[in-house]
Design a protein around this ligand. Structure first.
Ligand SMILES: *[C@@H]1O[C@H](CO)[C@@H](O)[C@H](O)[C@H]1NC(C)=O
Ligand SMILES: *[C@@H]1O[C@H](CO)[C@@H](O)[C@H](O)[C@H]1NC(C)=O
Ligand SMILES: *[C@@H]1O[C@H](CO)[C@@H](O)[C@H](O)[C@H]1NC(C)=O
Ligand SMILES: *[C@@H]1O[C@H](CO)[C@@H](O)[C@H](O)[C@H]1NC(C)=O
Ligand SMILES: *[C@@H]1O[C@H](CO)[C@@H](O)[C@H](O)[C@H]1NC(C)=O
Ligand SMILES: *[C@@H]1O[C@H](CO)[C@@H](O)[C@H](O)[C@H]1NC(C)=O
Ligand SMILES: *[C@@H]1O[C@H](CO)[C@@H](O)[C@H](O)[C@H]1NC(C)=O
Length: 330
């Protein structure tokens, strides 16, 4: 079939062309910058939340205005993930959720602010393989949620509720504008941090984009706005690591799954994700992580989805690790 050969060659050239800027110039920036969007797109109706996102937040994400004379206390909030379902088991594994609390000294009102998955962690970590679509389908949006109230008990039980600083009303209002912009332009959740090895001099290939990264960004913003933050205890956060050699860029949905010449790659990516269907419970998710671990150890291969593009990771020991490590306040 000479005609098909030609088509394949052209596609291969096209593919190499897409890869070339990364391979030949050696200019690839690590970690790969997380892509910002002009605005958040509507969620595909295929993605259905089991638990509604931000049920008690303002529908339009509005954050109340504070008078400059007000003094706003800032709280560091941390709790084991889904503690109500699994007790503090996930706390012992140190899978923690982070948030920030605020309280106004003038009105006495208090507020919680957090950034999390619209469709839970499993859906942000593994895609759906739909019979009617060749490309894996991701329900991976994440967003900020700001709502009135701080549930002291929820955070205090096996977690943290600690006042770490104070803001003026103006500083709070500046932060609110920044949050809304951050929320509109940073739209998807990324579970994994990918590094070359566990040592202190490792190259970071990809940074996660999750609840704790949001907390760090906000603390940095507050510090830029002139706020002083300090904690009496060590401020540790959960990180989920993959370890690999230098990643190779593969392409996006249309360049991989729309090219007959790349059918083998497309099929390999689908097969890779097949055991890791997004499950509905965190326990199942933990079991999937274990399965993922076995697969990446045996095959030393991982297809990472980042910025809505695929990368190949040549995995190496210790492959996958969950840590709870210190990130000091700015
Ligand atoms: C994950 O996404 C699927 C597909 O939309 C949905 O049916 C399921 O409820 C989601 N899981 C959770 C925990 O929200
Ligand atoms: C962030 O975006 C989500 C999704 O559109 C929205 O529900 C939420 O209210 C927004 N949050 C803030 C603080 O703007
Ligand atoms: C907190 O930890 C203690 C001791 O480990 C345990 O007895 C208790 O049930 C935990 N509480 C919650 C809400 O997980
Ligand atoms: C937040 O407000 C509630 C209701 O007034 C109160 O019970 C709780 O202690 C407050 N929490 C903080 C950290 O200010
Ligand atoms: C990390 O890099 C520093 C500076 O180049 C060097 O002094 C140190 O020995 C390195 N540490 C390891 C564990 O390689
Ligand atoms: C996918 O990649 C191709 C080739 O690099 C590019 O032309 C196209 O704009 C990309 N599509 C999206 C949706 O980013
Ligand atoms: C917090 O992180 C530090 C350094 O990253 C580590 O030595 C310490 O054991 C961690 N604390 C807990 C409770 O895991």
């Amino acid at each position: 079939m000479p005609h098909l050969e030609v088509v394949s060659c052209l596609n291969l050239l096209f593919f190499l062309h897409a890869v070339a800027p990364f391979k030949l110039t050696g200019q690839q920036q690590w970690p790969v910058p997380y892509r910002r969007f002009e605005h958040r797109p509507a969620v595909d109706s295929y993605c259905e939340a089991l638990y509604p996102f931000c049920p008690t937040g303002d529908r339009d994400g509005r954050i109340p205005y504070m008078r400059d004379s007000d003094i706003i206390s800032v709280y560091r909030l941390q709790t084991p993930v889904w503690e109500f379902k699994y007790g503090d088991l996930l706390g012992k594994l140190h899978i923690m959720h982070d948030a920030i609390g605020f309280s106004s000294s003038e009105s006495g009102a208090n507020y919680t602010m957090e950034w999390y998955e619209l469709f839970q962690l499993g859906n942000c970590t593994f895609p759906h393989l739909r019979p009617d679509q060749f490309a894996p389908f991701w329900c991976n949006q994440g967003a900020a949620c700001f709502f009135e109230g701080i549930d002291d008990l929820h955070w205090l039980q096996n977690g943290t509720l600690e006042k770490i600083g104070e803001l003026s009303g103006n500083q709070f209002n500046d932060m609110a504008r920044w949050i809304q912009d951050d929320n509109e332009t940073g739209i998807y959740y990324e579970t994994w941090t990918v590094r070359s090895d566990p040592g202190p001099n490792a190259t970071v290939w990809f940074e996660s984009y999750d609840c704790s990264q949001f907390v760090h960004r906000t603390y940095r913003k507050l510090s830029q706005l002139g706020a002083r933050l300090s904690s009496r205890s060590q401020t540790n956060y959960t990180k989920i690591y993959l370890y690999s050699g230098e990643p190779t860029y593969l392409g996006n949905d249309s360049s991989i799954f729309g090219q007959p010449a790349l059918k083998n790659l497309a099929t390999a990516i689908r097969q890779f994700y097949h055991p890791f269907r997004p499950h509905q419970s965190f326990a199942d998710f933990a079991a999937s992580l274990l399965e993922a671990f076995q697969k990446v150890v045996l095959e030393k291969s991982f297809y990472l989805y980042y910025n809505f593009e695929y990368w190949h990771l040549p995995m190496k020991p210790p492959y996958v690790r969950i840590t709870f490590e210190e990130v000091p306040l700015p």
